[in-house]
Design a protein around this ligand. Structure first.
Ligand code: CU
Length: 133
């Protein structure tokens, strides 16, 4: 019983300190990817393994952030076993990079709806153990 109550206290402290990120309900730090005027920003995002990526769509029309095997493929795919896909969405959504994602992996992504018609047709997420959130 002593152990359980200590864990509860520790969890409460963690939540109190770490719950600042909007949309990250698990209270973990997150990276932000923004879509505005048919452009991804930042186009090249660096995140550590296990990162939550919160995607904000400022446009009135739906977009997606979907991994592809190579830039310009415009078809869902993976690099180094890492893939992600928000599906078409407006407003805000998020996805999680696997904690096993290999350091140095560069995963291109695109929008399944507008593809080459985006002002930034391809973006990329680079997995870096040195990236901070
Ligand atoms: Cu789009």
């Amino acid at each position: 019983m002593k152990t359980a109550s200590r864990a509860t206290v520790a969890c409460g402290l963690f939540l109190a300190v770490c719950c600042g990120s909007p949309g990250s309900s698990r209270g973990e730090p997150a990276a932000f990817l923004r879509i505005s005027s048919l452009s991804f920003s930042p186009v090249n995002l660096f995140v550590p393994p296990g990162a939550t990526v919160i995607v904000v769509n400022d446009d009135p029309m739906p977009h997606s952030v979907t991994s592809e095997a190579s830039a310009g493929a415009f078809a869902p795919g993976a690099v180094g076993g890492v893939s992600f896909d928000t599906g078409a969405f407006t407003g805000e959504t998020y996805f999680v990079i696997p904690s096993t994602a290999p350091d140095g992996t560069v995963i291109p992504y695109y929008c399944t709806i507008y593809k080459g018609a985006m002002n930034t047709p391809d973006g990329s997420i680079t997995i870096s153990v040195d990236a901070s959130l």
